[in-house]
Design a protein around this ligand. Structure first.
Ligand SMILES: [Ca+2]
Ligand SMILES: [Ca+2]
Ligand SMILES: [Ca+2]
Length: 869
């Protein structure tokens, strides 16, 4: 994998530092160095190693790509470490955020510049762009042009820096710490180690000097002292060599005029990177800064092939096709093999077969290796060239336990308002007992929530809303309650209960004492207890407020980025405006830290919630009758209040479309729970036109298939035509990519879409097995379990031989995982780079567990078990 050290030292123009080797092997090494040098000289003469602007608009040579604003700061959450000047270094995205920035170590909510224009000039091998900070009326220009074995970065100012930004505006480039851990750097010849843990020196400055963060929020809890932290540099100089010992990650940076400073962003934020920075000079115009940047390129480097397969393994009867991802400069081999591991620990070649060429998808070429014919239960691995995979299983029982970690561990850990214990470990105390305050009007929150000019409730801004400190789950890696994702969880769990009688009991849950104990049965099916837990919060919203709310979330940014025990995100004491901040009478506190309830009323939210509560009524009616009745009463109330109201035409087309599908869900669930004809009539009224509009995705077709058992023969006959059309839409995926599943490319990985796709296909197979085969379900599972681009690990932590062991759970600061969590998966960096980091937890779009996807995974797991049995 790693190429010879010698070649890269020579190619990087550094002295061969291995001459400290014992004399015995010295001669051999010098011969190797000489040979290497000659080879390099020869190859330099035969073709250029220089970076070239390619047709996709980025600088390229084997082993090094430099993106210049192929990706911009347009994400929902400000600086997502996915924009600016970026380096993909021997297949790994190691650097991002190359831009004019206003802090030494910008955090997620610090201001980011917008790109005003961007020009790609292939003739001069140059990309140039303008950057603008609107808040400071500050414009700068950057040009990046190929030079020698790297690029020259130039910062140009037409007007001098605004006074407020003097000494603050600089050019930054960020390097991901995980690629530089256990490695060294050198500044002007002086060596240093990259810190494994942040331990740089910092200083305090008065708040008046601070460049304000996004929308005036602050990530820092200054305890009323009006100050902020400035991290100091680890090193300063003119030439910085990063990891000169590692040819794959060696980068040389030279500042032609200014000083370079190396910072550790983790002093301020655990998700910070190593940052190289030069301050822009004050009162100057024209070219104000130049850097020469040279990422080392290993000559003729080719990425090692990635052999992609299901880490969970395969049922003997299903298709078994591994996908092999190849560097575009790699020559495909003819064959691959499947080996079986015998009880004696020997490897027996079970099958050798030709690989087939699928073609190119984004930046790589793809091969397929089909070993469907092997059906004997056992332990296997795949061999391609000199590379063998880890082992996996072929067995009729491979899917039996895949959902246990999600249900037994992950969901309990997400439970809000409860203490969650597991053996000797307490995952968290009972948090947010101070829930919750009416959010103020005209308020824009930082996690996507907002309030209009009215509350839509009887409560005054900042008034305590009673009854909400019960039930619910932390939405994701953060700790808010998001009602719409609760709706998904309730629907998925009710569906799993009703279809598969999921009665596994491995969790003790006691609402009266707010206590949860993992791996401790209590005689009650866990899935019913989870339905109860979700319903408790949602029904409390409707009862105490009159309707469901968008969400319940902490008010301050310095709370929101909380990492640690959820019980400490607030003080757990209700807010009392008569006390001073940080003052408490033992029952209440003067600190304004209680979560806000975002209460604006929306028809689609009402209908979605009505559907979920109507569904929850059914399993709860034999488990917790009074809660079941409250759920149904709330669902009916929401239905009645919305169906009697004239349609609100001020909604956006998206909201109107969403309203239609949520009304369908409400109508369907209310019909199943009550058998009242008015609901089924409305359901059918909405269904067919929606199917005529589209059969794609998880909209009408999913609901129609789900409703089938409750409908007549005419319904089934009519639906058949739509399922045929649906099959045409999903067969297209096999032409778009080698995995045959929908791979979405928005700012969040698409595993949710893949799981939804597999679930819809399960329903379609059940009803129309002559149209949809079970392979359409397996395809989705194979993808989630490792047969996907970039790597081959299972996207479900602790499920499959190798799985996500570093993810964006609420314990991410410890670079670890929560068993059973399902991550979003692959993020696309424009124009052609899919990524899922397994050594850096902090990309939420790649690694954040979310409750709706995890509940869908529980349903799908049980569906596939029913299918194979
Ligand atoms: Ca959230
Ligand atoms: Ca239980
Ligand atoms: Ca509080």
């Amino acid at each position: 994998m790693k190429s010879d050290v010698k070649n890269s030292y020579v190619s990087a123009g550094l002295p061969g530092q291995i001459i400290k080797a014992p004399a015995k092997i010295f001669n051999k090494i010098s011969v190797m160095i000489l040979t290497g040098a000659l080879l390099i000289l020869f190859s330099n003469n035969s073709f250029s190693q220089k970076l070239q602007l390619n047709d996709l608009g980025y600088f390229e040579t084997p082993g090094v790509n430099i993106f210049v604003y192929s990706n911009q700061y347009t994400g929902m959450f400000n600086d997502e470490k996915n924009a600016g000047i970026e380096i993909i270094h021997h297949g790994v995205r190691t650097s991002t955020g190359g831009a004019v920035r206003l802090q030494n170590t910008p955090e997620q909510w610090d201001l980011v510049p917008s790109v005003v224009d961007r020009k790609i000039d292939k003739a001069t091998n140059t990309i140039s762009l303008g950057l603008r900070y609107k808040d400071y009326d500050f414009d700068s220009k950057i040009s990046v042009t190929a030079k020698d074995n790297g690029v020259l970065i130039t910062v140009i100012l037409d007007k001098p820096l605004p006074e407020k930004l003097e000494g603050r505006a600089g050019f930054n480039l960020e390097f991901i710490p995980s690629s530089y851990f256990r490695k060294t750097y050198m500044v002007d010849g002086k060596p240093g180690e990259f810190p494994l843990y942040p331990s740089g020196s910092t200083k305090m400055e008065p708040l008046s000097n601070k460049i304000l963060q996004y929308a005036g929020h602050s990530t820092f809890d200054d305890r009323g002292r009006k100050e902020f932290i400035i991290p100091g540099p680890l090193a300063t100089g003119k030439t910085l060599l990063m990891a000169p010992e590692d040819p794959e990650q060696f980068v040389k940076i030279q500042a032609l005029d200014a000083d370079l400073m190396l910072f550790d962003g983790r002093d301020l934020a655990q998700n910070g990177w190593f940052i190289v920075r030069s301050i822009l000079p004050s009162k100057k115009t024209g070219t104000v800064l130049q850097w020469y940047l040279e990422p080392n390129a290993i000559p003729n480097w080719k990425r090692v092939p990635v052999i992609q397969f299901s880490q969970v393994g395969y049922h003997p009867g299903q298709e078994k096709v591994a996908v092999i991802e190849l560097d575009k400069n790699d020559t495909p081999l003819q064959k691959a093999s499947l080996f079986q591991v015998t009880p004696e620990g020997k490897f027996v070649e079970k099958l050798t077969a030709d690989v087939t060429r699928w073609g190119k998808y984004l930046r790589y070429n793809y091969l397929k290796f089909d070993f469907t014919s092997v059906k004997d239960p056992g332990i296997y691995f795949i061999k391609y060239g000199d590379q063998s995979t880890n082992t996996f299983i072929i067995d009729p029982k491979v899917y039996k336990e895949i959902w246990y970690p999600t249900m037994d561990v992950w969901f309990p850990v997400q439970m809000d308002h409860m203490l969650v214990n597991e053996a000797y470990r307490v995952w968290h105390g009972a948090p947010f007992l101070d829930d919750a305050l009416q959010a103020p009007i005209n308020h824009q929150h930082f996690d996507g929530y907002s309030m209009s000019g009215v509350t839509d409730t009887k409560y005054k801004p900042l008034e305590h809303i009673p009854g909400l400190n019960v039930g619910g789950w932390f939405d994701a890696g953060d700790f808010d309650i998001q009602t719409l994702s609760h709706v998904s969880v309730l629907l998925n769990f009710v569906d799993a209960w009703e279809k598969f009688k999921v009665d596994r009991d491995e969790t003790f849950i006691d609402q009266a004492t707010r206590y949860v104990d993992i791996h401790r049965p209590d005689g009650k099916p866990d899935i019913l207890q989870q339905i109860e837990h979700g319903a408790l919060n949602v029904v409390a919203q409707v009862e105490n407020i009159g309707h469901p709310v968008r969400g319940i979330v902490v008010p301050n940014l310095h709370q929101y980025h909380h990492l640690g025990d959820a019980i400490n995100e607030t003080d757990n004491l209700p807010y009392n405006p008569n006390l001073k901040p940080y003052e408490s009478d033992g029952k209440s506190s003067g600190t304004l830290d209680d979560r806000y309830v975002f209460t604006n009323r929306m028809p689609f939210l009402d209908y979605s919630t009505a559907g979920a509560l109507a569904a929850a009524y059914r399993p709860l009616s034999s488990y917790n009758k009074s809660l079941a009745d409250r759920c149904l009463a709330a669902a009916r109330k929401l239905w009645d209040e919305n169906s009697n109201k004239p349609q609100n035409n001020t909604n956006s087309p998206f909201e109107q479309m969403f309203a239609a599908s949520s009304e369908m869900s409400a109508a369907f669930q209310l019909f199943v729970s009550t058998k009242e004809e008015k609901y089924s009539r409305r359901f059918l009224e909405l269904l067919w036109p929606s199917l005529d509009r589209s059969v794609a995705g998880r909209g009408g077709i999913f609901l129609a298939l789900q409703a089938l058992p409750y409908m007549d023969n005419y319904f089934k006959t009519k639906l058949r035509g739509y399922v045929v059309k649906y099959k045409e839409t999903i067969d297209k995926f096999g032409k778009e990519n080698p995995y045959g599943v929908p791979i979405t490319s928005r700012g969040w990985g698409g595993n949710n879409e893949v799981i939804s796709f597999a679930i819809t296909n399960y329903y379609a197979f059940k009803a129309f097995p002559d149209i949809i085969s079970p392979e359409y379900v397996y395809k989705g599972l194979n993808y989630i379990f490792g047969c996907h681009p970039y790597s081959n690990i299972s996207f479900v932590s602790a499920v499959g031989t190798r799985s996500k062991e570093i993810a964006y759970g609420n314990n991410r600061a410890d670079f670890t995982f929560i068993a059973g969590g399902v991550v979003p998966g692959l993020l696309l960096f424009q124009p052609d780079f899919l990524e899922n980091k397994e050594d850096w937890p902090f990309f939420w779009g790649e690694n954040e567990y979310v409750i709706d996807i995890c509940s869908a995974f529980v349903f799908l797991s049980n569906a596939v078990n029913e299918m194979v049995n």
